[in-house]
Design a protein around this ligand. Structure first.
Ligand SMILES: [Zn+2]
Ligand SMILES: [Zn+2]
Length: 125
């Protein structure tokens, strides 16, 4: 079950609602491949076809998109066998994003005046 997080800035009142974690349907590798860009999708589909029980870790994670100056949630996948990680692109503009560990450690991408804050607003799936 995933968590819905509200990330906000106290200086400019910007706020983002982000779905983090993963849902029921994300337990199978075949179900998450389409969340990634086409070239990554191909690699993952190939991997899923070759491994009957692929060991992986999947979750939507918070990220900052410099292009949109916003906080987004992107799919992030780690394959244990090859120790390879894949991160999706910004859902709004399709550009690369930077994962953030904690919103309280980055400054607001809009006004850059204060560090971001966040709290849980609910659950999804
Ligand atoms: Zn973007
Ligand atoms: Zn701000």
């Amino acid at each position: 079950m995933g968590v819905i997080v509200k990330v906000f800035c106290e200086s400019c009142n910007a706020a983002w609602d982000c779905h983090t974690g993963c849902g029921m349907q994300h337990g199978a590798l075949e179900n998450v491949t389409s969340l990634f860009p086409k070239d990554t999708e191909r690699i993952l589909k190939d991997y899923a076809a070759r491994n009957e029980w692929p060991m992986f870790d999947f979750a939507f994670q918070l990220a900052v998109c410099k292009n949109c100056a916003g906080i987004v949630s992107v799919p992030a996948l780690k394959l244990f066998e090859s120790d390879t990680s894949y991160v999706g692109v910004c859902p709004d503009c399709g550009k690369e994003v930077k994962l953030i560990k904690s919103p309280s450690r980055i400054s607001c991408p809009i006004c850059k005046k204060s560090m971001l804050k966040s709290f849980e607003t609910g659950r999804w799936d």
